[in-house]
Structure formats: C-alpha cells, structure tokens
Design a protein around this ligand. Structure first.
Ligand code: ADP
Length: 498
C-alpha cells in the first residue's frame, strides 16, 4: 500500500477547491497549480503550496503534462488528482504520471482509453447483457452503409462521434435525403474537435431522460454502485440541473441499473470513482457511455449516501479496499444541484463573462455551495463559464425543491448574467414538479419571456397584497421584499377565514 502524503490538484476553480478540502481533512499536504489568469484564485490561496504553469490559455497551462510532472518532482508530490475536464480523461497523462512514480488518482490508462471511445466502450461491454440503443457497433464511412442502417432502424437517427464528448459532434437526421450532408458535417466536426473523424449511428430517442449511475471500484476487485442521478435538464446536450435519486426509477429498476453499471465497470477492470450514463425512455434504459472521472454533479450522490467520493478516490489510489459494501449504501432523502453558469438564459445561454460586482452565497440548513470565486473577482474568458454549484438536501423531493427555491432567492449575483433565473423557473414548473420532464425541457417549455412573465406575476401578486394590506411595496428592502406584507396577508386571510 502506498501512503499519499502530498497531492497536486491539476485543476482550477470549484473542483480544485473541493478536492483540496478533502485532502486537508485527511491531513494530506496540497499543491495547487495555476495559470497567469488565476494568480489570485481561491484554490491557489487554499493550498499549502502553489506553482505557476504558464499563460492563461489551457494549452499553455492546465494541459501542460510535462510541466505538471516537473512540478510534482520538484515539490515531492506523491499523487495527482486531475478533477474533471483538462487532463482527467487523458490516458497518456495517467500513464506518464505512473512512469514517473506519481500516483494518478483515477482509473488505469487502459480503462480511460477504452471508455474514452464510445465504440470501443460498446465493444468492451458487449460480453455482458447491457441494453444498448439500436444502431451500429462500428464506425461508418460509406453513405450506402448508413442508408442501410437507416432503413433497418428507422428515422430520426443520431450521428455521433466515437471520440465525442461535451455534446459535440452529434447530428440528428430526420430523413434519408439529409443523411449524406449530415454525415459529412459530422465527420468534419469530429475531425476538427477530436482529431478523429470516426462516426457511428444510433436511433434518435426523441424524448428521453438522462440517468447515470455512480460507481466505485477498488484495486481488490470490489465494485459497488451508489445509485442513480437524473440529469435531464440540459441545454446544448449539457447538464444544468441534476438530482438524486430520480423520481421515475423504481426500486427494481434501480437494482437493474446498478447491476448494469457494475458490469460496465467490470468490463474494463475499473478502479476509482466513475459514472455510467444511460438514456431512459418509456421504462427502458440504454447504455450511453462511461465517464472515467469525478463528475461535476457528484455532490448530489454525496448528500444522499453520506459518502465523500474524493476521500474514497484517495483511499483507493493508496490501495485500500472500499470503506463500504453494497449493502451499506442507503438513500437518505433527496438532493438537487444547479449549475450556476456565467451565461445569459435570455440570449440562448451565451457566456457572459465579467466582474462579480455582488456575490453573496446562500446559507442555512441543507445548503452546500461549491465555488471558486469571491465578490469583486473576474470570471476569466479562457475556461468553462461555471461560477458555482448550488446543492441542497432535504428529507424528501418536495422539501429539497422548496429549499432550492429558497437558496436561489438568497443567492445575490450582480455584474454577470447567470443561469439562476432559469433554474428558478424550472423548479417552479409543473412538469419538473411531477417528474414528467425530459431532455427536451428547454425546447418544449422555455423561452426568455417566461422569465419576465414569472417576475411580472410575482410583482403583480406582491402589488395586490400590498394594496390589500396598505403596505408601500417600494419601501420594503429588496431581499425580504413583501415579507411583512405576506405576514400581514396571512393574518388577514386567517381573519377572513375564521
Ligand atoms: P457526450 O459524450 O458528447 O456528452 P453522450 O453520449 O453522453 O454524449 O450524450 C449526451 C446527451 O445527448 C445525452 O444526455 C442525451 O440527452 C443525448 N443523446 C445521446 N444519445 C442519444 C440518442 N441515441 N437519442 C437521443 N438523445 C441522445
């Protein structure tokens, strides 16, 4: 067993801080790395030591494999935690770390490589009885082959890049006549984004839910699952709101999903934390892919299971067996996460970078904020525009939902547009409340005017209340606006009802 005394976190922002915090609780020394754009970032201040990697562009900083290994050697680092994004799913970096005597906190390079390619992943799991979306299990380059598949499985089809990720390189084809053009587009998109133009075809499942299963595997052959997360509220095929557990999965299905996920992990001798993604349609689920790293949305699983996934990753990397068995995993209540992106929901969710003029986090029972910023800081244009993750926990879904609405209302951010108003809208929406929402939510139910309508309705109700009880609405402070009015309103209601 290898004792880890010092960890370098090869990442930035909220995830770097989140990992540093667990390392501190485990009394492990920490090293942060940073680019010139992140000199004053919180993760740099939090770590015991910090090293500059280079200019702001990721290619010159957070993606510099050799420079990061050099820092590890200079500072006596035992292990690297890659977080998510950047080098986290880079098999050659994992290999290079091991070759230099540094533990990579994650799965083996072989597992990363297999699961990093959607076709290789499908092949690896084909020996197990895992349900898959109808489609091809090999790369397609000839139009005639694609047309043949189209005939077999029917339209609409989805062309996907084998090396794809982040929702890139996917094209929906609604009829045979469009196939050639869409195929050519997908190949060129995949070539420029991933340097690999291999594409394949799947049946396009029009209304689906995204369900994924958290798994943990150790180097002693133990693999367990920590139940599912539902991540169906997405824009541009990317998640914005996640929850655990999903309200549409029965106990029986939960067990089946868990077993399927464990088999996927088994297919590549998986160690560390990983996520097996499925799409779910009309009671059936199909394997999509496996992500061989910590996911952005891992805190909802931490809330319902009480397990610190980063701590487990570090223990596994040291060669320890898992601290829990499958039968110890219970679901405690319900958890939601919203991703607070510096994006303008009124302008097609375009990034909106700038300075956080006001930044006040919500607090109170059952609320967790994972972020990497403070008031007055600038959101750099070079990286992912996520400012924070707001996570809540409640005894049941409704308690957690109302807690999330309360926390969003407490969150004060000015200077930058964020996804918070959109999330507030979702948490009040009927189909979100009743669970019937799917990945098409934004297309089906959201237009920018909805945000104004919601505000107008609130204003209108507040106005009516104020008039009824004779309160000057304008004189109430912004954040507890109408608190007094509401109290008086309830008292007034009570009296009239008596
Ligand atoms: P990426 O690796 O680019 O994130 P995924 O395979 O994980 O791609 O899919 C991302 C999202 O795209 C899923 O959450 C789902 O909403 C949608 N998607 C993927 N495959 C299909 C499919 N066959 N039919 C319909 N939607 C799909």
């Amino acid at each position: 067993m290898a004792k880890i005394n010092k960890i370098l976190v090869a990442n930035r922002g909220e995830i770097a801080l989140r990992i540093l915090r667990t390392a501190k609780e485990m009394e492990i020394k920490t090293v942060a790395v940073f680019s010139e754009a992140d000199r004053n970032a919180l993760h740099v201040r939090y770590a015991d030591e910090a090293a500059l990697l280079g200019p702001p562009a990721s290619s010159q900083s957070y993606l510099r494999e050799d420079k990061i290994i050099e820092v590890c050697k200079d500072l006596g680092v035992d292990a690297i935690h890659p977080g998510y994004g950047f080098l986290s799913e880079n098999a050659s970096f994992a290999k290079k770390s091991a070759e230099n005597g540094i533990i990579f906190i994650g799965p083996s390079p072989e597992a990363i490589k297999t699961m990093g390619n959607k076709l290789a992943a499908k092949k690896a799991v084909s020996h197990y009885d895992i349900p898959m979306v109808p489609g091809t299990d090999h790369a397609i380059s000839e139009l005639k082959d694609a047309l043949k598949i189209g005939k077999e499985i029917g339209y609409p089809l989805l062309i996907k890049a084998s090396a794809g990720g982040g929702g890139k390189g996917m094209r929906v084809v609604s009829k045979a006549a469009d196939l050639e053009e869409e195929m050519n587009r997908a190949i060129s998109e995949a070539t420029s984004a991933f340097g690999d133009g291999s594409i394949f075809i799947e049946k396009y499942i029009e209304s689906n839910k995204h369900i994924e299963v958290q798994i943990l595997g150790d180097s002693h052959g133990n693999i367990i699952h920590l139940n599912e997360r539902e991540c169906s509220i997405q824009r541009r095929h990317q998640k914005v709101i996640e929850e655990a557990p999903s309200m549409v999965i029965s106990d029986q299905q939960r067990q089946e999903l868990g077993e399927a996920a464990i088999n996927v992990a088994r297919a590549c001798n998986y160690t560390s934390a990983g996520t097996v993604e499925f799409i779910y349609d009309k009671g059936k689920f199909y394997f999509l892919e496996m992500n061989t790293r910590l996911q952005v949305e891992h805190p909802v699983t931490e809330f319902i299971t009480g397990i610190d996934l980063v701590r487990e990753q570090i223990n596994i990397a040291e060669g320890k067996p898992l601290s829990v068995r499958q039968e110890d995993i219970k679901i405690n209540g319900h958890s939601f996460e919203v991703r607070v992106y510096a994006e303008d929901p009124e302008n097609n969710f375009m990034p909106d970078v700038g300075t956080l003029s006001t930044y006040v986090r919500p607090q109170g029972p059952g609320v967790r904020v994972d972020d990497g910023f403070e008031q007055g800081m600038e959101i750099p244009i070079y990286y992912d525009p996520m400012i924070a993750k707001l996570i809540v926990h409640g005894q049941n879904r409704e308690e957690a939902r109302l807690r999330m609405l309360r926390a969003i209302e407490e969150y004060e951010i000015t200077g930058i547009k964020t996804t918070l108003p959109f999330c507030h809208y979702v948490f009040k929406h009927k189909v979100f409340i009743d669970g019937s929402f799917d990945t098409r939510f934004v297309d089906d139910y959201f237009t920018p005017e909805k945000l104004h309508q919601a505000n107008d309705e609130e204003e209108l109700i507040a106005g009516i209340i104020a008039t009824v009880v004779g309160v000057d609405k304008k004189s109430s402070p912004k954040n507890n606006k109408n608190l007094q009015a509401e109290n008086e309103y309830s008292a007034w209601r009570k009296r009239t009802n008596d």
